[in-house]
Design a protein around this ligand. Structure first.
Ligand code: ADP
Length: 499
């Protein structure tokens, strides 16, 4: 089995502990991918010292030059897209079409960052005083701690690191322990593209050790975290105490609302993709299905039929629709929620148990599951399950559906299927989510638009698009007075009194 290393101080090095953890294919736990460093606070300490040197160099590199490095990263990812997708599917399970999409999102993010190198706009505005200029521009901040989850092993790290780097920061990257291989390949590509070595540090290991050491380190002023709301709360508490700049992307309990007038074929395709794509392990997964009275019964019948016919299996095999769950703990959590749902009186229409796949008996598969007769307020309606479990709820009016959508602690995405433009526009206005899709499922964010959610999904920041560049840079204002006189703002201004 191959042994992987950290990238710290400009070189590939073993962990100080000398200990490693194993990474296995969730479709077949007999397939061992490699041993990865079980790092700790001492490794992080070395990474910080090196990243500060990297930052000193990189912040002085002109932004368009930094952008050229991003462009070369995008080019290399494009060349290797299929290989990366293959190794990503092997370590986290989702089918190749999805992992190719995951790589593509990284490519899109790289090219967006490349072009941003020639923008990074500040503003020049008129001064209230004569012969004086006033302007704002963007400065890098320092070393950024990047902590990412397993479900988008390439897209999410690139969403965070490419804008951070383009702005002139250095990064310390800790990938999720279930997807260290993709993380390592990403760093290899970044180095090959010409990123100065000390600008990026890769520290593998567990969240409670490496992740916590990054979050608690006083010389890492910026933390970007995507993961569970519970972990995000811990991260947030530390960052609040230490006055760090923090971006949190956490859970979701996303609803699709299907009205009687909807194109039902389209809605059916949408919900299957939204609920069971990535085996339901997306923060944007469709986990609630709100069906209007008139179509409720027939839609559910068709849905169950289709859900039962989805092909579970190895994501690297042609024809697989749904891959495995990421690990045993995730599977057990889903199993607990099946018990919770049944205990609350929901009807289990299909799924609800592990699936045995011939030849993949050592895989972590769970059948696509649909609960019906779910009522607002039940735990399966309120809590994030992060697996292939969909809860169907009946509603009568748009007001009722919108209220159900909004009555959860999360607010990432929502989806509405209707042909009524008035209902669609009302949904955009009234649904408390960061993203609302009309006639498309709850998943499908594009790299050049802001991504994120309200309430306990996030903390007000957005990834992606133009907004993320504000998170990774500090606004600096410059005033240039060429009047040769002391001009006092608010005091020596004679607004409304021209010469
Ligand atoms: P998920 O359920 O999506 O895996 P987690 O919140 O458990 O979400 O993990 C997301 C990332 O956060 C992973 O890289 C994990 O190692 C890291 N992590 C877990 N616990 C902590 C912690 N206490 N401090 C910092 N990072 C952590």
């Amino acid at each position: 089995m191959k042994t992987f290393k950290n990238f710290i101080g400009g070189e590939w090095v073993p962990p100080i502990s000398g200990e490693y953890f194993e990474n296995r294919n969730p479709a077949d736990l007999n397939d061992a991918i490699g041993r990865f460093p079980l790092s700790g606070a001492a490794d992080v300490e070395m990474a910080v010292a090196s990243a500060q040197r990297g930052f000193d160099l990189w912040r002085k590199t002109p932004a368009p030059v930094r952008g050229e490095v991003m462009r070369r990263i995008g080019d290399l990812m494009t060349q290797r897209k299929d290989d990366i997708a293959d190794l990503m599917t092997r370590e986290m399970g989702k089918p190749l079409a999805e992992t190719r999409g995951d790589v593509q999102e990284g490519i899109d993010t790289a090219y967006y960052a490349a072009s941003e190198g020639r923008r990074l706009f500040g503003k020049t505005v008129p001064s209230e005083l004569r012969n004086k200029w006033a302007m704002s521009f963007r400065r890098p901040i320092g070393v950024c701690g990047i902590i990412t989850p397993f479900n988008f092993p390439m897209a999410i790290p690139t969403w965070k690191m490419f804008p951070a780097l383009l702005c002139g920061n250095a990064c310390i990257f800790k990938p999720a322990e279930d997807v260290p291989h993709t993380g390592a390949v990403l760093v290899e590509i970044m180095l090959e593209a010409g990123l100065p070595p000390e600008v990026i540090q890769l520290v593998h290991g567990l969240g409670e050790s490496v992740g916590a050491a990054i979050v608690n380190h006083p010389l890492i002023p910026v933390i970007s975290f995507t993961g569970s709301t519970d972990t995000g709360r811990i991260v947030g508490e530390v960052c609040g105490r230490m006055h760090k700049r923090l971006s949190l992307e956490m859970g979701g309990k996303n609803a699709m609302i299907v009205f009687d007038d909807a194109n039902l074929d389209l809605a059916l395709d949408g919900v299957l993709w939204g609920a069971f794509g990535t085996t339901g392990q997306r923060c944007t997964a469709t986990s609630r299905l709100l069906l209007q009275d008139g179509i409720h019964d027939q839609f559910l019948t068709r849905l169950v039929d289709r859900a039962r016919s989805l092909r579970l299996g190895d994501g690297r095999k042609e024809g697989t629709d749904v891959g495995p769950m990421i690990n045993e703990a995730a599977l057990e959590k889903v199993e607990r929620y099946i018990d919770v749902g049944q205990g609350e009186g929901a009807d289990l229409l299909c799924g609800g148990r592990r699936a045995a796949i011939k030849g993949l008996e050592a895989g972590l598969f769970f059948e696509p599951t649909v609960f019906a007769r779910v009522r607002a307020g039940m735990r399966v309606e309120q809590e994030e399950i992060f697996g292939p479990v969909l809860s169907a709820i009946r509603f009568r009016t748009a007001d009722e559906a919108f209220a159900i959508n909004n009555d959860v602690r999360y607010g990432l995405s929502s989806s509405v299927y209707t042909r009524d433009v008035n209902v669609a526009m009302r949904a955009l206005n009234e649904l408390d989510n960061g993203i609302t899709y009309i006639n498309a499922p709850t998943i499908g964010a594009e790299a050049h638009l802001p991504f994120g959610g309200v309430k306990q999904t996030g903390n007000g920041h957005r990834e992606g698009g133009w907004e993320v560049y504000e998170f990774y840079s500090e606004t600096k204002v410059g005033y240039l007075d060429f009047s040769n006189a002391l001009q006092r703002a608010q005091i020596d201004t004679y607004l409304g009194t021209p010469d």
